[in-house]
Write a protein that binds this ligand. Structure first.
Ligand code: GDP
Length: 433
C-alpha cells in the first residue's frame, strides 16, 4: 500500500471520494478481521472444553478468517479503471499521456499499440513493465525504450502489458486510477474476448474519435457489444484532434468580416452535428444515458495540444507556448472540464461497483457470525440452566436426607431413652424383690 502522506494530496479532487472510501472500508475490514480472529480463538477453546460447539461449526468459523483475509487482499488492490477505445491513430495514447501530464505511452506513426497497455502507479519511484503471464519486472528507462519494447514483442492483440509508473509523478496514478489503452477497434474481430478480458471491471470507457471524420461502424459496434455485456456502462466521447479542424482553411480567420463570420458559422455547424450524433449514439442507440447526461459526456479536445501545454507548464512556462491552432484556450478548458467530469464519474462509479459488493459481503459475514454466536450463547444458557437444575436437585436431596436423618436420630434417641428407663425400672424392681 502506498503511504499517501508521502505525496501532496489534492483534497478537492473528486477522486478523493474513492480514496477516502477505500481507506474507510479497509479500516473496517481490519476491525472485522481482528474480531473474527478473536472469536475463532474463543470458539476453538469452547470446542476443546465442552461439547457446545461441534466440529462443523468450528470449521465454519475458521472459514470466515480466510474469507475476510481474501476480501482484504482484493480491497487493497482495488482501483478505478478507465479504458480507452477508438480507431488506430485517433489519439488514444495521446489522451492518456495528456491526462498523465507526461509522454508515457508511445504515440504516433510506427508506434501503434498492438496489444492492451495498462498504466498503473508503482511504489518506490520505480518504472517498469510486466508482460502477461510473467512476474519479471522489466526496467523502463525512457519512453523510447518502452516503445521499442512494445513494438519488438510479438504480442497477441488481446494480451496485456502492464506499465508501472511512479505514483508521485502523477496525481491520477497516486489516487489509484488505472489507464487501459487498446489496439484500434478497427484491427480486431475478437471484441468479445477484449471485453471479457479487459473491460468487465472498467468503471469508465472513453471513446476517442477523430473529430475530422464521423464515427465508424467498428467504433459503434464495439460499444454495442459492451452495453450488451454491462448494464449502463459509463461512456465519455472525446472528439479529438479538434485543433486540426480549427486549422482547416475553410475555418481559418479571414480578413473579410463576411468570410470570417461564415467560417465561424460552419465551424459551429460541424461541432453541433458531431455533438448531436454523439448524443444520439449514447441515448437512442446504446440507451446508456438520458439527453442531459449525454450532453455532459461529449467533448471537443486536442490531446496533443493539452500534453504539450502540460509539458510547458511543468517547465514553468505558460501553457499556450507552442500552441499553433486558433482556439487553444477553449480546447484546453474543455479538456480540463472533461477531466473533472471524468473524475467525478469514475470515483462514484468505482465506490459503488467495488465497495458496495464488499460492504454487503462484510455485512453478511458479520450477520452469519452473529447468528451463530447467538445460537451458541443460547446453547450455553440451556447448558448452564441444566447444570443449575441438577445442582438444585442434588441440594434438595441432601436436605431431605439430613431431615430424615435428624428424625431417625431423634426417634432412636427416644427409643434408647425409653429402653434405658425400662431397663432401669426392671433392674430396680428386681433389686427390690
Ligand atoms: P492511437 O493509435 O489512438 O493511440 O493514437 P496516438 O495517440 O498514437 O496518435 C496518433 C497520431 O495522432 C500521433 O502522431 C499524434 O501526435 C497525433 N495526435 C494525437 N492527438 C492529436 C490531436 O489532438 N491533434 C493533432 N493534430 N494530432 C494528434
Amino acid at each position: 500500500m502506498p503511504d499517501n502522506r508521502m505525496y501532496q494530496t489534492n483534497d478537492k479532487s473528486p477522486l478523493q471520494i474513492f480514496v477516502r472510501a477505500k481507506k474507510k472500508i479497509n479500516d473496517i475490514y481490519g476491525e472485522i478481521e481482528e474480531y473474527v480472529l478473536e472469536t475463532t480463538t474463543f470458539i476453538n477453546a469452547l470446542h476443546a472444553d465442552a461439547e457446545i460447539v461441534d466440529k462443523a461449526e468450528r470449521e465454519l468459523f475458521e472459514s470466515y478468517v480466510f474469507k475476510v483475509a481474501a476480501i482484504r487482499e482484493v480491497l487493497q488492490r482495488d482501483h478505478m479503471k478507465v479504458a480507452f477505445f477508438g480507431r488506430t491513430s485517433n489519439g488514444k495514447s495521446s489522451v492518456i499521456n495528456a491526462m498523465l501530464r507526461e509522454k508515457i505511452l508511445p504515440s504516433g506513426i510506427g508506434h501503434t499499440t498492438n496489444c492492451f497497455c495498462q498504466v498503473e502507479g508503482s511504489d518506490g519511484g520505480e518504472a517498469y513493465l510486466m508482460k502477461e503471464g510473467s512476474d519479471e519486472k522489466l526496467n523502463v528507462v525512457n519512453i523510447k525504450q518502452l516503445a521499442n519494447a512494445l513494438c519488438q514483442e510479438k504480442l497477441s492483440e488481446s494480451s496485456l502489458v502492464r506499465i508501472f509508473w511512479p505514483r508521485e509523478r502523477c496525481s491520477l496514478l497516486r489516487d489509484d486510477v488505472v489507464f487501459v489503452d487498446s489496439p484500434g477497434v478497427d484491427v480486431s474481430a475478437n471484441l468479445d474476448d477484449w471485453i471479457d478480458n479487459h473491460c468487465l471491471n472498467a468503471d469508465v470507457f472513453v471513446l476517442v474519435l477523430n473529430a475530422e471524420s464521423t464515427m465508424t461502424r467498428a467504433e459503434k459496434q464495439f460499444f454495442h457489444t459492451v452495453s450488451q455485456k454491462l448494464s449502463k456502462p459509463n461512456i465519455f466521447i472525446l472528439n479529438n484532434r479538434w485543433d486540426a479542424s480549427a486549422n482547416e482553411p475553410e475555418f481559418q480567420e479571414s480578413s473579410t468580416l463576411w468570410v470570417a463570420t461564415c467560417a465561424i458559422d460552419s465551424f459551429q455547424q460541424v461541432k453541433s452535428q458531431h455533438t448531436e450524433r454523439c448524443i444520439d449514439f449514447l441515448t437512442k442507440e446504446l440507451k446508456v444515458s438520458n439527453e442531459k447526461e449525454a450532453a455532459e459526456r461529449v467533448f471537443f479536445v486536442s490531446a496533443r495540444e493539452t500534453l504539450q501545454a502540460r509539458i510547458e507548464e511543468s517547465k514553468g512556462n505558460p501553457p499556450h507556448l507552442g500552441a499553433i491552432a486558433d482556439g487553444f484556450q477553449i480546447r484546453y478548458f474543455e479538456f480540463q472540464d472533461f477531466e473533472r467530469k471524468f473524475e467525478e464519474c469514475i470515483s462514484q462509479s468505482a465506490v459503488k461497483t467495488k465497495f458496495q459488493q464488499h460492504s454487503s459481503r462484510g455485512k453478511s459475514v458479520s450477520g452469519d457470525m452473529r447468528s451463530m454466536l447467538d445460537n451458541i450463547y443460547e446453547r450455553i444458557t440451556i447448558f448452564r440452566n441444566l447444570k443449575q437444575d441438577q445442582k438444585n436437585l442434588l441440594t434438595e436431596r441432601i436436605q431431605g436426607t439430613e431431615t430424615q436423618m435428624m428424625q431417625v436420630t431423634r426417634e432412636m434417641k427416644m427409643k434408647i431413652h425409653n429402653m434405658v428407663e425400662e431397663v432401669e425400672e426392671k433392674v430396680s424392681k428386681a433389686l427390690n424383690e
